[in-house]
Design a protein around this ligand. Structure first.
Ligand code: 5GP
Ligand code: ZN
Length: 118
């Protein structure tokens, strides 16, 4: 498990690193990605540290899981362009392309996204 002391997203949650936040409560924080891959690229992050989806799934309450999912849907709905939709992505591990070891949902919107991803 990565150390929450050094974790970049825990540091954003603790306000030790600035971020362009779009919403925050005790359980979930959402902020714009530093290196956006679409006109809107927001990361939705549980304040509870978990290295990845598998760990989060094992340790989060049903309530927190539901809240995270609802936050992604809410943000996608708010930031999509004119009802055109959005994409939610979770990367896990090296094959999944994960680079930050704190579970996060990517919400991408504002352009047509192709499939399959690279
Ligand atoms: P992953 O590759 O782990 O699925 O996604 C990590 C994301 O975090 C990347 O899209 C990257 O641009 C973003 N990111 C990394 N460091 C920071 C940071 O300090 N601030 C913000 N806002 N985003 C970050
Ligand atoms: Zn963390």
């Amino acid at each position: 498990m990565s150390d929450p002391e050094d974790c970049v997203f825990c540091r954003i949650i603790r306000h030790e690193i600035p971020a362009r936040e779009v919403q925050r409560d005790a359980d979930v924080v959402a902020f714009h990605d530093l290196n956006p891959q679409a006109p809107t690229h927001i990361l939705v992050v549980p304040t509870m540290h978990a290295d990845h989806l598998s760990e989060f799934n094992a340790k989060a309450s049903s309530e927190l899981k539901s809240k995270l999912f609802a936050a992604a849907a809410d943000i996608g709905g708010r930031f999509q362009r004119d009802g055109q939709g959005y994409r939610v992505v979770i990367n896990e591990g090296s094959d999944g392309g994960q680079t930050v070891g704190h579970l996060h949902l990517h919400v991408l919107a504002g352009r047509h996204l192709t499939w399959p991803p690279g």
